[in-house]
Design a protein around this ligand. Structure first.
Ligand code: AZC
Length: 825
């Protein structure tokens, strides 16, 4: 018996006829065209404008309710928000998707075509940026007063093209033809100071006063993107700052005939929000990057303070009751000295009072243990750009060193270790230490990661501040990552257990009892097959490659990084290929290996791995001896909207990072939610996924963190594996030939070198055999159709824990202490 559908679907605010006339009105009055002339782009814009009417009405009511209730709010500071497309999501959240689709159909337009017109808002790199986007979705859905603050990059993450196998970066100009969602708010422009010098003065009672005389001032122009919660009640805002010249200093230059010089200053100011740094998990040691960080933090803090003062005037005593700021990684850590500067220099509070406020306002999320990703800035650079902030950082550190001395008297090594300042050839400011010291809570992003943050990254801080370090396991929004991206599965689930799971993902548990039901298994796998057909179309269009939808769709989608080990997957594919060449009857179920990954433009080996995957693909896909048992599809320009097509079609989810390196992962959650079975290491949130689905429904392999550390300590030598395992040797040697790169021997050799000469830092060879064995187990499991269907269903059914609503609930309870606010209509 099907469970009775509970009626929680948002009830549409307008009907089909009204939606239709709204679209036509915007076609005529906003776009100046008509039904006969409009192309898909115009239809897309008109549809956005029609729904934006609802969005803005919701926004107005939300802001009014928050203002009248004088709510405490969380301010999510993040240099990245990877929003993707908004139309389908906004329609879903208002319960207007079917209404819009019906209305457009009557106008002769397919909604799927116009959804494709929307450029992704790719204002982020990967996991950290997409997490921020999922979190603001959940905050709005849970009716929590929240605002996202970030940078209005003119160019988002580069568009990836593949030319002769290699990655080429092209600019991403996402708002070339206007963005229908964003609203410019010139009334809330802020000014940001940079450079210059600090003057010391003496006030009453000999009080030392510091005055920063900036060398230049830029304008921060806010653009608001409305964030619609599920069922459309709360509409929060993502406020992104765009830099512009203030025209403050250059008038004189201009009047003196220095038009070109004046323009130069404009260009410099506008450069600040021009591009997103394409690094993921590596530090970008650039002056402009520090300026970007300070720029958006300073604008955002001033914006928060302006709003606070409107309600509370100069009474700072309630500031920390009203305001909590979450620092998404250390990118916004400069906010700590900036708030101190505002409180001490501008509001003239005493240091202790100011510090008391600061350390009640900030909380910090750590997203990685990789040393190369832990930000450090040369003190000299900070001194040049933000002279007053460096003084403040020194003062924070001076007082902190006294605390350390109290705890560990006379222990200078401890002081050197914990200091915000790293001494050496060049003095560096450790942004992680500054964040821990300046925050009241610090969290990792999965159980295991948070444990490692405590035990290996910040053990002394954990001792000094018991209870400050905590865990909040990441999550993903099921509205985008199941309801919107996989409509067929969503409808099947609705029919089976009711339609309130998008709000309460634990409800998916209800599917467990159907996991062995033959009819349901067939329905579930039929949906999977249809999704695979859609992806097969995409692969055909994009790569001119035919793939068999009855093959296992094996998906690895994430940024390209050695620690994520796309090259482990590649070596395994090469090994399979060899096995087939050696034995044409090699018994395996056909498999399509699907990849999506961008490499940081300066990360040579990562780009080499992309090149190698494509070169191996060329050979394998066109080799008749393979008899279609293996196909390799590297889909270019991996991004949110492409993920939405790949994830519903996956049978197998590759989560194969070196244990201890992937803080959490969130793609692992999205894939499992859509019924893919994970092959993975005990790393990040894989550990918690395994706990949820049970050992029988996941393929875990490889070294554990403890084993990785032990092997490292006792001396890991990849040559041992190379010489002992003939298959490893054969595959690595193959890379040195010109087999995959005809006429270009050695074109793939850098991968072999990194795994042998460079010591295989991510222990690819150590895990190879275990991975290969796990893949054999996957192959066997897939051939048992019923068993596989059961596993897939269990994976979907057990993902309740990984909704970002649960993550937000954890933040609210453990960190933010926030209450929801009902929106009055
Ligand atoms: C990522 C982590 O690598 C990933 O494991 C995690 O799921 C995600 O953050 C969200 O917490 N980190 C980043 O994207 N970038 C940096 C600099 O850590």
């Amino acid at each position: 018996m099907n469970a009775k559908a509970t009626k929680t679907q948002p009830s549409p605010a307008i009907d089909k006829a009204a939606f239709k006339s709204a679209v036509i009105k915007h076609l005529h009055c906003t776009l100046g065209t008509d039904e006969n002339k409009a192309n898909n782009h115009a239809w897309w814009k008109a549809t956005c404008a029609a729904i934006q009417e609802q969005v803005l009405e919701g926004l107005r009511k939300t802001q009014k309710s928050h203002y009248l209730n004088d709510t405490r709010a969380v301010h999510y500071f993040s240099a990245e928000f990877l929003m993707g497309r908004l139309l389908s999501n906004n329609l879903q959240n208002f319960g207007l998707f079917d209404v819009a689709s019906g209305a457009l159909k009557e106008l002769g337009v397919e909604i799927s075509d116009i959804l494709e017109e929307e450029p992704d808002m790719a204002l982020g790199n990967g996991g950290l940026g997409r997490l921020a986007a999922c979190f603001i979705d959940s905050l709005a859905t849970m009716e929590l007063p929240a605002i996202g603050y970030g940078i209005h990059y003119e160019n988002g993450l580069f568009r990836q093209e593949i030319k002769s196998g290699a990655q080429i970066e092209r600019p991403d100009s996402w708002r070339d033809y206007g963005n229908p969602w964003e609203i410019c708010r010139p009334e809330s422009i802020q000014e940001v100071s940079l450079y210059g010098y600090v003057e010391t003065k003496y006030g009453e009672n000999g009080r030392v006063l510091k005055e920063w005389h900036p060398g230049s001032i830029v304008k921060g122009v806010p653009w608001d993107i409305p964030v619609v919660g599920y069922e459309g009640k709360t509409v929060n805002v993502l406020r992104l700052w765009q830099s512009e010249s203030s025209g403050y200093f250059n008038w004189d230059v201009f009047n003196a005939g220095g038009y070109v010089d004046a323009q130069r200053e404009n260009v410099q100011a506008e450069t600040i929000s021009k591009v997103l740094y394409p690094n993921d998990e590596t530090e970008a040691g650039k002056e402009l990057r520090l300026i970007q960080q300070y720029f958006f933090c300073s604008c955002s803090l001033k914006d928060i303070i302006r709003r606070y003062k409107r309600a509370h005037g100069d009474d700072w005593s309630r500031f920390a009751d009203q305001v909590v700021i979450q620092l998404n990684d250390t990118h916004p850590a400069i906010s700590v000295p900036e708030l101190m500067r505002i409180l001490v220099d501008r509001a003239e509070l005493g240091w202790d009072e100011a510090w008391g406020i600061c350390t009640k306002v900030f909380a910090y999320t750590n997203h990685t243990l990789l040393p190369e990703a832990l930000e450090k800035w040369p003190a000299r650079m900070i001194e040049k750009i933000l002279p007053r902030h460096l003084e403040i950082i020194y003062e924070i550190n001076h007082r902190f060193m006294a605390e350390v001395d109290k705890k560990w008297p006379g222990d200078n090594a401890m002081k050197a270790k914990l200091s915000i300042i790293e001494e050496g050839n060049e003095k560096m400011v450790r942004m992680g230490h500054l964040s821990v010291i300046g925050s009241f809570a610090v969290n990792g992003v999965a159980e295991m990661h948070s444990r490692l943050v405590k035990s290996s990254l910040f053990p002394e801080f954990d001792e000094l501040y018991p209870g400050k370090l905590t865990n909040v396991t990441n999550g993903i929004t099921p509205r985008r990552w199941l309801k919107a991206c996989n409509p067929a599965l969503s409808k099947l689930i609705d029919k089976k257990i009711g339609d309130d799971w998008p709000r309460d993902l634990d409800k998916l548990q209800g599917l467990t009892k159907f996991a062995t039901n033959k009819t349901f298994q067939k329905q579930f796998m039929k949906v999977k097959l249809e999704n695979k057909e859609l992806l097969a179309d995409e692969i055909r269009k994009s790569l001119d490659l035919e793939v068999d939808v009855n093959a296992i769709f094996d998906v690895q989608i994430k940024r390209l990084h050695e620690y994520k080990r796309q090259h482990l997957a590649l070596l395994h594919i090469m090994a399979l290929y060899r096995r087939i060449l050696e034995n044409p009857d090699y018994d395996m179920h056909p498999r399509v290996f699907v990849f999506g990954a961008k490499a940081a433009p300066g990360y040579k080996l990562a780009k080499d791995i992309i090149y190698a995957i494509n070169k191996v693909a060329d050979k394998v896909n066109n080799d008749p001896r393979v008899n279609n048992k293996i196909k390799i599809a590297f889909l270019p320009n991996y991004r949110v909207s492409l993920a939405e097509k790949m994830i519903p079609a996956a049978d197998v989810s590759e989560q194969i990072s070196t244990a201890g390196k992937e803080a959490s992962g969130t793609g692992n959650m999205k894939l499992a939610l859509n019924g893919a079975v994970t092959i993975g290491t005990l790393d990040g949130a894989n550990v918690e996924i395994a706990e949820e689905v049970g050992d029988d429904n996941i393929f875990i392999f490889g070294l554990t963190v403890e084993e990785v550390n032990e092997l490292k300590a006792t001396g890991y030598n990849p040559h041992d594996y190379y010489y002992k395992d003939p298959e490893i040797k054969a595959v690595l040697d193959w890379l040195e030939t010109d087999y995959f790169t005809p006429g270009k021997p050695g074109a793939l050799v850098s991968i072999k070198q990194s795994l042998l000469d460079n010591g295989d830092p991510y222990m690819v060879l150590a895990d190879f055999r275990a991975y290969s064995d796990a893949q054999i187990a996957v192959d066997a499991a897939y051939r048992d159709k019923e068993r596989w269907a059961e596993m897939a269903i269990i994976n979907t059914a057990k993902m309740g824990k990984f909704t970002s609503d649960r993550s937000i609930r954890d933040y609210v309870d453990r960190v933010w202490k926030l209450s929801s606010c009902k929106i009055e209509s």
